[in-house]
Write a new protein. Sequence first.
Length: 426
Amino acid sequence: MSEPAGAQAWRWRNVLQSPHRVGFLSGMAVLVAASAWWALVQADRSGLGPGLRYAVSPTLTHATIMVFGFMPAFFAGFLFTAGPRWLELPPQRASSLVAPLGVQAIGWLSWLLGAHLGERIAQAGLALVLAGFVVVTWRFAALVRASMADDRVHARVIAGAHIVGCACLAGVLAASLAGDGAVAIEAARTGLWWFIVPVFLAAADRLIPFFSADALPAGRLAFARHSLALLLALAALEGASIRVTWPHLQVAVGLLECVATVLLLALAIAWTRVKRLASRLLVMFHTGLLWLALSLLLAGAGRLLTTGTGEDVLPLAGLHALAMGGLGSLMLAMVSRVSAGHGGRPDTGDAWLWGLFCLLQVAVVLRVAAAVVPLQGLLTVAALGWAVTMLAWGVRHADWYGRPRFVSARQHAGVAARTQPTGEQR
């Protein structure tokens, strides 16, 4: 017999089956809202909008929500699903994430509305976000402290990055309350390097060897794992160089960025030789790695040229190659894999996901090009491409999270065969 139609309907109780469903649903909601808002801002700047008025700088609004908005929710969904297994602890209840992530989602809605309706509304929303973020960070840090697992390196890096992320978000709020928008933007950018990037690096270091450990030679796999410490050190210097503008530090960071480019390209070449790279999902991971390498090359070249000429060269090209290209591609791949794997669906990347991934790449290229050739039309089309990609991706996955675990026709047939009575039973 087949399942009744109502059994497959979208239900909130299905969202509560796993922490990743709660976290990812919350993250998708904030991501779609932030992306649609920014596309509207860019359209308005092109003369295609309603003539928006701002109570908070749109640059600050955009920078803050793109760093601290959806990523922490995705992190929470992933960490409270996979983290207990890493740490050899019992599974966590999905319902424990509803309140802190719900508060953050409400806070982000207030942040976007307050950008137009009033600065105090935005600041109150950001305070709500910070409160929810601190709760999630405290709970994950408590899991790490309670664990007796031998390998807690990745979990400790992630917990430490979350603590720093709380401090950076508090810095954004404090600077906003003080009326210093420039410092608030610096705090948000510091959060990108000291919070978002370390979490991605630690998670990727844990996940990507899992995909390819049986295919990579031992030497290359060890090289990939030992590169984590070097990249974390670079991320620390990147964050420090935002506020500390000493010429010698800028030159040193620029040179290290060029060296790190070579390191990431070496990793990319190693994974290119993995036979399983034919999988679309691994191509997505690989592309994200290439964007990270390109972002460091652009940032390093821009930093060295700026130091030598005294003029700001390519200030946003490397930033968007990193955030949209590198982290955006990895986000699409990681969230899709976890969603599919835990939902009983194939994790190899179907044509729909692949099409969205390709659209994302077009949007990234346009945005990086707009940093080189500052044309408003490029910015608008890039923002629209990003928004369409995230809307389509978000709606699809939001539908998954509210439905029961997917069971294919083959799995149905297998269950039916196992439950058929034998001749003796008949």
